[in-house]
Write a protein that binds this ligand. Structure first.
Ligand SMILES: [Zn+2]
Length: 195
């Protein structure tokens, strides 16, 4: 996990949003390889192992593949220029190298990627049943299948994306009270978070 991303993490428990405090054990460059993250409100702790934050509750791998390549992922998310974080949930995370080539200087976060995708200096891997990220903190979120068709995940993506920036989903159209749709075609939708 990229050390600076730890400033953008929140406790996944259902209490008021609060950041997690990092106690690193081992670093490689700017990547935390092992350590603990603790919540000052509820006292829960989460382990970082091989750089991965695993909160538990990640859905089983469904054998889906993303129909979007790196060019489509970055274009639909409207990413231009360096800085910030781009979140790829599910199958699109498997294409992170293509994305990284197109948006140098944007830190990538892979949520529930396939098992072959390993955490490394240029990619932070998170596993779990929700997004343990601060509200309004990310430059874009892509939800692959099945996440793009699941209202709970669409709500999470809408919560974490920066105001006015985009959420992309593969699946059924998102709830209209959560996402302002900009476009939808062939099972892929693009929108902004409704505030
Ligand atoms: Zn907590």
């Amino acid at each position: 996990m990229f050390i600076e991303l730890t400033d953008q993490l929140r406790c996944p428990a259902d209490h008021e949003e609060r950041f997690l405090v990092l106690l690193p054990d081992r670093m490689e460059g700017r990547s935390v390889r092992t350590g603990q993250l603790g919540c000052p409100i509820c006292g829960r702790t989460f382990e970082l192992a091989d750089g991965v934050l695993d909160l538990g509750g990640a859905p089983a791998e469904g054998g889906w593949e993303s129909v979007l390549d790196g060019a489509a992922l970055t274009a639909l998310a409207g990413l231009h220029g360096p800085g910030g974080y781009f979140v790829l949930v599910g199958p699109p995370a498997d294409r992170w190298r293509e994305v990284a080539e197109r948006v140098p200087g944007v830190a990538l976060v892979a949520v529930n990627p396939s098992a072959e995708v390993v955490d490394q200096e240029s990619l932070s891997v998170i596993r779990g049943g929700r997004l343990p990220l601060r509200s309004h903190s990310m430059r874009g979120v892509v939800l692959g299948r099945p996440y793009g068709g699941e209202p709970a995940w669409v709500r999470e993506a809408s919560r974490v994306v920066l105001p006015g920036l985009r959420v992309v989903g593969e699946g059924a159209d998102p709830p209209p009270d959560v996402i302002d749709l900009m476009a939808t075609a062939d099972g892929v939708w693009v929108g902004t978070a409704k505030r």
